[in-house]
Design a protein around this ligand. Structure first.
Ligand code: SAM
Length: 381
């Protein structure tokens, strides 16, 4: 068994925990922004390929008490670095400290690096390391005097699925967009709409869920260049993921935006993934929207005001969303916004409001539940 942890945006821990359990992980526990679990080596590939709301996956190498630099040095020295990293490893250390006696990040980093180099020197018989091989990002996190030493297996953040070829102003990260879809009652037999789609992130993440496409299929991870890759077997897990794609699934996802440039970038991203048959994309002002379906699920991220539009414009947009909701009462509505008075402008109190973070901006996810669908084909009679 190995110990793993996945980091996520504040507010998304419950979704990430559910994802980890669905992937067969054991002993899954949750802290702020962090989900810890146990698994086997192949799970490193499985988690990186499949987790939709995780930002990174760490392999935990050791956990020990470190109240002094000596304890830190000894603890880091006990890790068999030479079995983990080749002599060419381009290793980088990153320190974090919270509520602990050791708090100087530069000292924590320096002492840890010294312990690693000592160990590597003894094993490889050299004192100078060129670091021109595979990248190993080593994390040293000290919290309440307990040090956790881990390897970042992901490399680039997992929100980077490789499909965002073009962006717009203020896009949602892919991990949050996926979390919003997973927090809703949408399932792939229902219509999903985003009338402020921007670069199409919510629609694309929903389509990937609907078709069971692993979000990491189009990218590489740091662990793929490590010696331990032999025990992970990424090739088979990738092949297995291709085999699990639901090619014949029919999806009905509608994405629109007032800005033709946003639609153009969404189209580019959608075509990059080959999802053009799943997402209907068009230019439209939200005021003109009328969906010809019942029991749909609208998930959207309207302009916030602080970033793009002016307050009064944002208010008008929220009022227009509220009118849409009154005109289509069988739909469910899910809106992520930082507007404090959103409910007032929308004209209805949400069934549930969930606090989230979009980057550093505190936002709320307002959830309005419509009635349960009565037909499966969603079409109005
Ligand atoms: C916060 S951005 C959405 C970003 C999107 N979630 C993404 O990930 O790229 C808000 C979007 O609302 C669009 N918008 C502004 N006013 C609109 C209106 N009246 N009707 C439809 N879309 C509008 C903007 O063009 C912008 O793309």
């Amino acid at each position: 068994m190995i110990r793993l942890e996945a980091i996520t945006n504040f507010g998304m821990e419950a979704v990430l925990k559910r994802e980890a359990i669905q992937l067969g992980m054991q002993n899954v526990t949750v802290q702020d922004g962090l989900v810890t679990m146990s698994g086997e080596y192949p799970d490193i590939a499985r988690l990186n390929l499949w987790l939709r709301t995780a930002e990174r996956v760490h392999l935990i190498l050791s956990t020990f008490e470190a109240k002094s630099f000596e304890e830190l040095f000894q603890g880091v020295s006990k890790i068999p670095w030479d079995e983990i990293m080749p002599a060419t490893a381009n290793f980088i250390t990153e320190a974090k400290s919270q509520k602990s006696k050791l708090f100087s990040l530069s000292d924590i980093q320096r002492i840890s690096e010294k312990a690693i180099v000592n160990k590597m020197s003894k094993a490889y018989g050299q004192t100078w390391f060129e670091k021109n091989g595979a990248r190993f990002r080593i994390g040293i996190r000290i919290k309440n005097d307990i040090a956790t030493i881990y390897l970042d297996t992901s490399g680039a953040g997992l929100h980077d699925r490789g499909y965002r070829q073009r962006s717009v102003k203020a896009p949602l990260t892919e991990t949050i967009a996926s979390g919003l879809v997973q927090l809703s009652y949408w399932n792939s037999d229902r219509v999903l709409a985003d009338p402020f789609c921007g670069s199409g992130t919510i629609a694309i993440e929903a389509a990937m869920i609907g078709r069971n496409i692993a979000p990491g299929l189009n990218r590489k991870f740091d662990f793929e260049y490590w010696p331990m890759e032999k025990e992970i077997g990424t090739k088979e897990i990738r092949q297995e993921a291709y085999g699990l794609i639901l090619w014949d699934k029919e999806l009905e996802i509608i994405a629109s935006d007032i800005d033709p440039k946003a639609i153009e970038s969404a189209r580019h991203n959608i075509e990059h993934l080959g999802l053009e048959d799943d997402i209907r994309l068009f230019v439209k002002d939200v005021a003109q929207i009328d969906y010809a379906d019942e029991y749909g699920v609208l998930i959207t991220n309207p302009p916030y005001g602080i970033r793009i539009e002016e307050e009064s414009q944002v208010k008008l947009l929220n009022q227009q969303l509220g009118k849409l909701a009154r005109d289509l009462p069988t739909w469910s509505y899910y809106i992520i916004t930082s507007q404090e008075n959103f409910e007032k402008e929308f004209g209805k109190k949400a069934n549930r409001k969930r606090k989230l973070y979009n980057g550093r901006i505190k936002v709320d996810y307002y959830q309005y539940y419509g009635p349960k669908p009565r037909y499966t084909n969603n079409k109005k009679k």
